[in-house]
Design a binder for this molecule. Sequence first.
Ligand SMILES: *Cc1c(COP(=O)(O)O)cnc(C)c1O
Length: 394
Amino acid sequence: MSETWKRRTRMVHSGSRRSQYNEVSEAIFLTQGFVYDTAEAAEARFIKAGPDEFIYARYGNPTVAMFEDRIAALEGAEDAFATASGMAAVSGALISCLRAGDHVVSARALFGSCLYVLEEILTRYGVEVTFVDGTDLAQWQAAIRPETKAVFFESIANPTLEVIDVAAVTEIAHAAGALVIVDNVFATPVFSNAIEQGVDVVVYSATKHIDGQGRALGGVVLGTRDFIRGTLEPYMKHTGGSMSPFTAWVMLKGLETIDLRVNAQADTALAIADALQGHDALARAIYPGHPSHAQHDLVLRDMGKGGTVVALDLKGGQAAAFRFLNALEIVVISNNLGDAKSIATHPATTTHQRLPADQKASLGITPGLVRLSVGLEDREDLIADITRALDAAD
Ligand SMILES: *Cc1c(COP(=O)(O)O)cnc(C)c1O
């Protein structure tokens, strides 16, 4: 890879490893193992495997390595480890660096499974977790203690789209010597500058924008070579959360188009948010890239664009939200995001159903809230579909 290549060039070429056939499209190495020429060669590889020497697919595989190198080039990270799902990435990043007696500070507004890992699993093994309002820097400052080993947050909260000041939280955490681990799904690897802002570990669910077409479950952890190979890899390779070569190939091909896709989705999301401002059926149309968003300046500074998700809060509560969802013709009702297909989700009754009512209320997950993941369809078609369904819900 040339150091001077720009993002789109890197996303098409970085990490490629050609076989003796010199194929154009990357090969899928569907093999769990690798043959050694001699017994001595096997012994040598188990002592120390070079970057292009593989032992067993749970440890690494050429197709998976191509994906890891390409996403690392996108994020500007030294190294990456690909995982079987976003949650394997989140749990691996946390568990691999924590031990009993450690303390973690986390933002409260989290994807349900992330909350489960922090609240139910880590605490079971003697890790103490303090939850804060991630947008309130004073709460981070107050919660961090000398034994705080790590802080964790989603840079843009799901589904209410509050934006966390990554650089400011990182500075507070680093002053106390804590590792900063960010779940960056909503920011997307295209708009993220997290590594540049000093974040130590960035985690993605590749299931979302990296695949971008709703085909495969995957994840990735990015960070320094020392963290990825020294801390995370031993944990992942022995506990079994590695990505399959076929999935890595899907994700690798997803990266070839991610910059085009995500930029187009963000532009459409802004157009939708703009078209819906002041609609009679809506209490709010929330989009981080729209000037009406409370943290619009921060979004422009950190990411340039506001991501691919819009949240709509319907005045008429759950009944209106359901009428709206049922009236949509192009946008489908489901729960993925980052897909080429636009997807609408009612968090209060699906993704965040488990949360008690008071917690939903404190996180802004109202009965009328609908999360809209903007796809690659024609912008005018989407605006017409959503506007017509809102009129029907009113
Ligand atoms: C989807 C998602 C995850 C989990 O990813 P999976 O690939 O479904 O395991 C974690 N964090 C966030 C913010 C997500 O949106």
